[in-house]
Design a protein around this ligand. Structure first.
Ligand code: PLP
Length: 380
């Protein structure tokens, strides 16, 4: 088959989340996007764009990212992890998405074979390793969306790549320090040649209970991914990063990413600095107060409708099981409910390999009306 024949015979789907959002009727309420849309952006961030030093901000940055941002990320991470990080441990990327791609590309190039991901997961955890022909296996989550350590242990090989995500998308589950410690006992014993990739993009959005340390505190062979998309409410700025203890590995990731992006946009890296340096802490705490209120509103409505759910404590999603409540195919229900007048957008769990569930975003000022519309649509 030629390239053109393959083009005609294949379809190139957009991520399922975008597909549902595109079906939205203008009068529908969106509880679909993974974004703090319409949350006020801290003016420490917007001021960077207002007061731009064009010569610096519009030039290429080093491949690994601007040194002052890498330094700030290193210092911030060190506070909670204890290891003595420097700029050489940090790679700035175009969001966590690019950080994941560059990390997997690097590890695949170094001979990694298998990637273990949670059985309910953000879509790229499966897609990216598959681009590099790695074998993807899932480890089980417990009914409350924690990690089933016994199952993970039973499938783990010493050179695996294990992806962790806490606070999690789509479940809202936060692994406590105790749980992270317990998990690290198993990994320290068995994962002697592999790595953990810990996606901690929601680590500042915890609105109930303790804020745990980064997983790298418990397991040295951790590559932590993070960024400002969520905590800064600036997903379109596209700034993320990887940080790991092994500087040779960090250098390898820079090299892999240089041929993909050259460097992330310089001005956006400078605008991410106030978030990393903790200058927007008050704004983030305001976001968490709103998310906590919205979570309580949404959970009360679900409870009254007798719909099963686990109480989320971080990220900004609620992930109820609706298999026995919605008649028929859940994805079709979501498309129909998004596209009808006065409808509501929620994401089918199949986008996260969990077809019995739906994901509801708590990041909406119209959460109450949106939830009421959802319950009405379920009852139709
Ligand atoms: C768990 C998780 N990781 C990574 C990303 C991508 O983040 P970024 O905007 O930094 O690329 C998202 C975005 O929704 C996410 O939910």
């Amino acid at each position: 088959m030629t390239i053109d024949e393959r083009l005609v015979n294949s379809n190139f789907p957009l991520p399922a989340i975008r597909e549902i959002n595109m079906a939205k009727h203008p009068t529908s309420i969106s509880l679909g996007l993974g974004e703090l849309k319409n949350f006020p952006v801290d003016n420490k961030i917007t001021n960077v764009f207002r007061n731009i030093d064009t010569e610096k901000a519009l030039s290429y940055a080093p491949n690994a990212g601007v040194p002052e941002l890498r330094y700030a990320i290193a210092i911030e991470h060190q506070k909670y992890d204890g290891f003595n990080y420097t700029e050489d441990n940090v790679i700035v990327t175009i969001g966590v998405q690019n950080a994941m791609y560059a990390t997997i590309k690097t590890l695949a190039g170094l001979g990694a074979k298998r990637v273990l991901i949670p059985d309910i997961h953000f879509g790229i955890y499966k897609k990216i390793p598959e681009y590099f022909n790695l074998d993807v296996h899932t480890y089980r989550l417990t009914p409350d969306f924690g990690i089933d350590y016994n199952h993970l242990e039973s499938i783990l090989l010493n050179d695996d790549i294990v992806i962790l995500n806490s606070p999690a998308n789509p479940t809202g589950r936060v692994l406590s320090n105790n749980e992270q410690e317990e998990l690290s006992l198993l990994l320290n014993k068995k994962l002697t040649n592999g790595y953990v990739i810990s996606d901690e993009i929601y680590n500042k959005l915890i609105y109930d209970g303790e804020t745990p340390a980064p997983f790298s505190k418990y397991f040295n062979r951790t590559i932590t991914l993070n960024g400002v998309s969520k905590s800064g409410a600036v997903a379109g700025m596209r700034v993320g990063w990887c940080i790991c203890r092994n500087t040779a590995l960090a250098k390898a990731i820079v090299s892999a990413n240089a041929s993909i992006i050259s460097c992330p946009p310089t001005i956006n890296q400078l605008a991410a600095l106030p978030v990393v340096c903790g200058e927007t802490t008050k704004t983030i705490s305001d976001y968490n107060n709103i998310l906590n209120t919205n979570r309580n509103i949404a959970c009360n409505i679900l409870a009254k409708a007798n719909i099963e759910f686990n109480l989320p404590k971080g990220s900004f999603y609620l992930f109820p099981k609706v298999k026995n409540i919605i008649n028929g195919d859940i994805k079709t229900f979501c498309i129909n409910t998004a596209s009808m007048a006065n409808g509501v957008v929620v994401i089918p769990g199949s986008a996260f390999s969990a077809p019995d569930y739906i994901r509801i975003s708590l990041a909406s000022s119209e959460i109450e009306e949106g939830m009421n519309r959802l319950i009405n649509a379920i009852k139709l």
